[in-house]
Structures are given as structure tokens and as C-alpha cells.
Write a protein that binds this ligand. Structure first.
Ligand code: TRP
Length: 335
């Protein structure tokens, strides 16, 4: 009989429930996440407790969290092969965050660039949670003894402070936490704005039609692609430096159809930009259609969705409480 003695590595990541997901985040990241679950033990969490460090409308927050879970599942994340859960439903996060905040220094929190940025932008609401945000994030990660934390560049500093906190705690009490590392997953496509192909496609894109959302309607998607910024030449050629608009459309087309750049160039050899844009728009519509339909189906079946996140919280809570109990014992809380 074959026994697998090599334990699988553990991945945890948190997602800010900050709104609608874009085609850029799907092709650049989420699509790859779905594949991680086959190689790692994955915990994916909706970070609603982090979200309230800036003021949220309660109904919107609730709706956004559910919508986001539905979209991740619709994008291919299999809730049976990972723990998909909501942070506030696993109390161990708040509990460990308190303990860790007593091992996190005022000075190091003051140096966090995200704190400086966010407090500059929210001068009327510089609350303590915004300041201690990294201690909660350290708790998220350390509770699961995560090896790897997939994050974007803007969150690397938070993984670093998490390592410092873990090392400090381990130094005082002996090995308690695994020291995690940031993980930059296999890079997906870098998708740019349809209106400004030199800037990344993002939710903060204000230009109409610059950003495609996963739940956009077919008509809106087609219109956005028809109006996509290109150049004053005519050839469909991949050359990001000189033809950023056309190259971005080729990147999108390639990501959704699996065709190579050469195949795409051949396909549109004797056709104009108009035909090309239409083809890209239609291919995107076909890719997003099942995601939108699956998302709607899940959102219309709130009971099933609840089953998923409750099961996720249970799976996560089991692992988290093991670590929390160990920590409580180490710091001297009566058992
Ligand atoms: N702070 C992260 C962000 O803004 C979200 C997050 C919360 C997170 N807890 C986490 C990411 C733990 C990775 C690990 O994107």
C-alpha cells in the first residue's frame, strides 16, 4: 500500500470583498487559483473583518461577500477541494488577532505603507482597526500554519510583518507557528484597460468601457470591445511597445481561445480592426456567459451557497482552533 508521508503544502489567501470582479482579475489570477487546489491544501477566505476598517454599507457588504463567493465558484474554484469561508464566521481569527497584537510593535505598524496610504485617504476615520490590520492578517495566515500566501505586490509588506510576528512569538515560546512565505502564482495574463492600454484593467478605471466585469451583459461587453482603443495602423500584430491596444486585445483573445499570437495574426491577416474587435468581444462573451449564469444560479440558491460557506467555516475552524489552543496554552491562559 502506498502511503503519502509528504504532507501537502498549505496555502491561505484572503480576498477583500470590495466589489465586482473584472476580466483582468479572472484571466490574471482567479483562473490559476482554481488549479492550485489540486496541488495544495487551500484556504480561501472573504476578508469581511478587514473590510470594515473602512466604512461599509451593511447591506452592500453582505451582498458583496455572497456575490464574490458565488463568482469564485463560478470561475472554477471547487468548494469541495478547498475551504472557502467567511473570515467573521471563524471566531479564531479575532481571538488570535488580539493575542498577536500584543506581540506587534507600535513602531512597525506605523511604518506600514498601506496604513499610511489609507489614513491619508480617510482622514476622518483613522481608526485603530486600520492601524492593527496587519495583526489580524497575521492571524489569518498563522492560524492555518500556511506555507504560502498568494498576494499581489501591495500585500507583500503584510506577509513580511506576519513573518516577523511569528518569529518573535516562536522566539519567546518555542516553535508555535510555521513561518510563511509570499507566493507569486504562475503569472496569468496581464490584461490592460480597453480605453488606456498602458494601464492595468482595474475596478478603479473610471473611463467608460475600460474595464469588463465578469457579470457584464453581452451587449455591454460587445460595445466596450468595439470602442477599444487601438492605433492608426491596420495590421493585427503583437507588438506591445508600439501597438499596446491591439496587443492587449490579442492577449485577451489568446487567453480565452487558447490560440497563439501567430495563429491570431494569421486569422486576421486580411481583415481589419473592426472584424478583430468583434471576434474578441464575442469570444469574451462566450467565456463569461457560463460564469455569469453559474453565478446567478448560485445567488438564486442562497441555501446551497450557505451550505458551502458553512462547511468552509467548519473545515477552517477545525484547523484554526488547533493553533489557537496551542497559543492560549503557551501564553499562560488557564485551560
Ligand atoms: N489584505 C489583503 C488585501 O487587501 C486581504 C487579506 C486579508 C489577505 N487577510 C489575508 C491576503 C491573508 C492574504 C492572506 O488584499
Amino acid at each position: 500500500m502506498e502511503t503519502n508521508t509528504e504532507a501537502r503544502k498549505i496555502i491561505l489567501s484572503g480576498i477583500q470583498p470590495s466589489g465586482k470582479l473584472t476580466l483582468g482579475s479572472y484571466l490574471g489570477a482567479i483562473k490559476n487559483w482554481a488549479e492550485l487546489a489540486s496541488d495544495y491544501d487551500c484556504y480561501f477566505m472573504m476578508a469581511d473583518m478587514h473590510a470594515i476598517t473602512v466604512r461599509q454599507d451593511p447591506a452592500t457588504l453582505r451582498a458583496t461577500v455572497l456575490e464574490q463567493i458565488a463568482q469564485y465558484i463560478a470561475c472554477g474554484l471547487d468548494p469541495d477541494s478547498c475551504a472557502l469561508f467567511i473570515q467573521s464566521q471563524v471566531p479564531a481569527h479575532a481571538e488570535l488577532a488580539w493575542v498577536l497584537s500584543c506581540y506587534t510593535m507600535f513602531g512597525e505598524l506605523s511604518r506600514m505603507t498601506q496604513f499610511k496610504d489609507k489614513s491619508a485617504k480617510n482622514e476622518e476615520n483613522i481608526n485603530a482597526g486600520l492601524f492593527t490590520y496587519p495583526a489580524l492578517m497575521a492571524a489569518d495566515i498563522l492560524l492555518y500554519q500556511a506555507d504560502l500566501v498568494p498576494v499581489g505586490d501591495d500585500q507583500k509588506q503584510h506577509v513580511e510583518i506576519c513573518r516577523d510576528i511569528a518569529q518573535r512569538f516562536n522566539g519567546v515560546y518555542g516553535d508555535t507557528f510555521k513561518i510563511p512565505a509570499p507566493f507569486i502564482p504562475k503569472v496569468g495574463a496581464r490584461i490592460m484597460s480597453l480605453q488606456d492600454p498602458t494601464a492595468k484593467m482595474s475596478k478603479s478605471d473610471t473611463a467608460a468601457g475600460g474595464c469588463i466585469y465578469l457579470l457584464d451583459k453581452a451587449d455591454d461587453i460587445l460595445r466596450a470591445f468595439k470602442r477599444a482603443v487601438t492605433d492608426s495602423y491596420t495590421a493585427v500584430r503583437y507588438a506591445p511597445a508600439v501597438k499596446p491596444g491591439v496587443s492587449n486585445l490579442m492577449q485577451i483573445y489568446s487567453s480565452v481561445t487558447g490560440k497563439t499570437f501567430t495563429e491570431i495574426e494569421d486569422e486576421f491577416e486580411s481583415k481589419g480592426y473592426g472584424d478583430f474587435k468583434l471576434a474578441v468581444g464575442e469570444a469574451v462573451i462566450e467565456t463569461l456567459r457560463p460564469i455569469r449564469e453559474k453565478t446567478e444560479e448560485l445567488l438564486n440558491n442562497k441555501d446551497y451557497l450557505a451550505e458551502i460557506y458553512r462547511a468552509g467555516a467548519q473545515k477552517a475552524g477545525y484547523a484554526a482552533n488547533k493553533t489557537l489552543r496551542k497559543v492560549y496554552k503557551r501564553v499562560g491562559f488557564v485551560q
